[in-house]
Write a protein that binds this ligand. Sequence first.
Ligand SMILES: [Zn+2]
Length: 324
Amino acid sequence: MKKSAKICLILFVAVVLAAAATLVFLFPPVVETGYEEKVDALSFMENTRETAVPQTEIYNLISDHFNSALPEGKTEKKAIVIGYDGCRADTFTLLDSEHKSAVKTLLADGGNAVFSYCGGVNMPEKNTQDTSTAPGWCSMLTGKWAETHGVYKNYQPKEIEPKTLLISLIEDGKIDSSAFYVSWAGHFSKPKATYINELNYIEENNINSVFLRAENDDGTKANVLADINKADCSDFIFLTLEYTDHNGHATGFSLDNPNYTNGFYSADETGLEFIEAIKSRKTYENEDWLILITTDHGGIRRNHGGPSVQERTTFIVSNKEIAQ
Ligand SMILES: [Zn+2]
């Protein structure tokens, strides 16, 4: 190489390095700080991240509810799972705001909140299934991890077995009807959707379960409220709201992002509308309701699926005590 060419190369490298350094100085990469401190300071949680319950506990809570005897004065059992998709646990630091809140309402009604985890195993071990939508909700609905239900990631259809509570509670004679309200197409509205086989099974066997997809959260909200407002509403209602997940993917899963925190407020206000509709039922006094709020996974930057604490920490809030 000629001497002049060498000098040119050195100058070029120097300019590139200087430009890179300037960019990092002007636009530092977003580094998450303080997540653990914020979450660990939540005084109303009944456990810690270290003693978090598996998200499959949702299955047990619902099964136990329908298997236990009716309390005195009650004639019918009902349950609802209000899912906030992609809702990080640190959103609970927003509960002291003026916003109407389903979570605050359940706690004020004598309920409990616990940390849970997704991904198949708690930290510090590496997750064994994606911290994503399909594996998360499927683990709650079947009470099993992916090694049993086979849903390690999105668009990996579950076989009929193990059946979700939406079907098994009906087949076991515990309830008469169930309903599954969503807007995400990956649940049962595409050829490789998670519950596409289960949807076929329901139709072939005349199971009294409704799987209904709306265009968006407004549609899901209308579908859920229409069900709750029926005199003979579904005995078990399972629904997911996409406000937090949608805004997280669009602009970032972070409390520093007002678009994300607004997603949480929208979900938590909508959840409260469902609870108020339940309490307004004419037959509410005779009904024994289990009301659960949970999430399938958290998120970091604009995504989820991985092993970070922000993605793997979830929560369960119940209107009843959650035994530890
Ligand atoms: Zn999700």
